[in-house]
Design a protein around this ligand. Sequence first.
Ligand code: SF4
Length: 179
Amino acid sequence: MLGKFEDLIEKASKMGLKAYFLKAGDIPIENRIALKCAYGCRGYGKRLSCPPHIMSIDEFRKVIEEYSSALLLVDEYDTTGIKDVLEAWPGLRKDSFHKMFELEQEAFREGFTFAHLLRPGSCNECEVCNLEKCVKPEMRRFAPEAVGINVQKAMEGAGLVLEFCKPEKTACLGILLLE
Ligand code: SF4
């Protein structure tokens, strides 16, 4: 069943990423996820990869209709010895993003012309985002939750459980849209 995706899954594995096949149509998109961004996230609006600077949930619903497949990407870190996971989070998600971004480029080279990564967390390629014009637009990606994807349900669809409040284990999650 995995066919043409097998090569990418293997490449992900070599990068230390776990990759799970998803049908794009099964990825759950919900309006209520917007509450978590606008009324609960301290990073709201602070990066050009975040709402309200990106496409809306409704716009994304139309975009994802044009995809058939995706890979859910999981990068797990053992954070047992890390005192403050929140402090470590920017570095962890940046490292994971770079691996996932490389996989997106690889997918393009393999013929998935519309390969597009939904990255782990907000973009932190610059120390401070200038909020006017992205200085690295070729790397600007938004997170799945920023366009209404219920990541917890998406993981359940792949037979996984998203665990919260576990300082000893931190997972960076991305979704690679493929067509
Ligand atoms: S690359 Fe820099 S300017 Fe562009 S969204 Fe990311 S942090 Fe902002």
